[in-house]
Write a protein of this length. Structure first.
Length: 203
């Protein structure tokens, strides 16, 4: 476990998409990459739910497994609002693990925004940034004009508890809180939309 006073810790994140996306190393002290896009404005939308005060981090044991309930967690968003996964039951939820300095994440981030921007209130995107400050993440968000909810997994505890092996990784959860897909590596807006539509049309 990473503590606030710990020395910079490296976690090797193995990508599953070949040489085009080499392994990404998660460093608690890594420098943020600078987005290529011009600034388009910041997020003004409130989070989908503001949960009651309580603990942060993993709130249940286990990995995300298709056909099983997604392990619960709670994290603060960039504005300091606590969001707990279980409070989003009844909505389609997309959980995306990423970081500002991760090359494939930078490629995927605007694609996720494109897909998110077309959704209604029944679809929630939770983008879990790994081990970076709220200020750094907010600047990155504003440069891309992202409108989805960004949560701060500031010590990567949720990432670790989910047993993931790389970023970006995305988990698709249905209205009942059940995991329906786990995807390693970056996705296009069309790929996001296809999976979201499947979940929306499920009985």
């Amino acid at each position: 476990m990473v503590t606030a006073a710990a020395i910079v810790t490296s976690i090797v994140l193995l990508q599953h998409h070949g040489a085009a996306n080499p392994p990404v190393h998660l460093l608690s002290g890594a420098a943020a990459a600078t987005p290529d896009q011009a600034p388009t404005g910041g997020r003004t939308s409130p989070p989908p739910v503001i949960s009651a005060p309580g603990p942060l981090g993993p709130l249940a044991n286990g990995f995300p497994v298709k056909g099983k309930p997604a392990p619960n967690f709670a994290l603060n968003d960039v504005e300091g609002n606590r969001v707990e996964l279980v409070d989003l039951r009844g909505k389609v939820v997309i959980i995306n693990f990423w970081a500002t300095w991760c090359g494939p994440c930078k490629q995927e981030f605007p694609e996720l925004q494109k897909a998110s921007a077309t959704q209604g209130a029944d679809v929630v995107v939770l983008a879990l940034d790994q081990a970076e400050s709220a200020e750094k993440v907010a600047r990155f968000r504003d440069q891309f004009g992202a409108t989805f909810t960004i949560l701060l997994d500031d010590r990567s505890h949720v990432f670790d508890s989910y047993g993931l092996s790389g970023i970006p990784d995305t988990i698709f959860i249905d209205r009942e809180g059940v995991v329906r897909d786990v995807v390693a590596g970056p996705l296009s807006a069309a790929s996001f939309q296809y999976r979201i539509t499947q979940l929306q049309s499920a009985p």
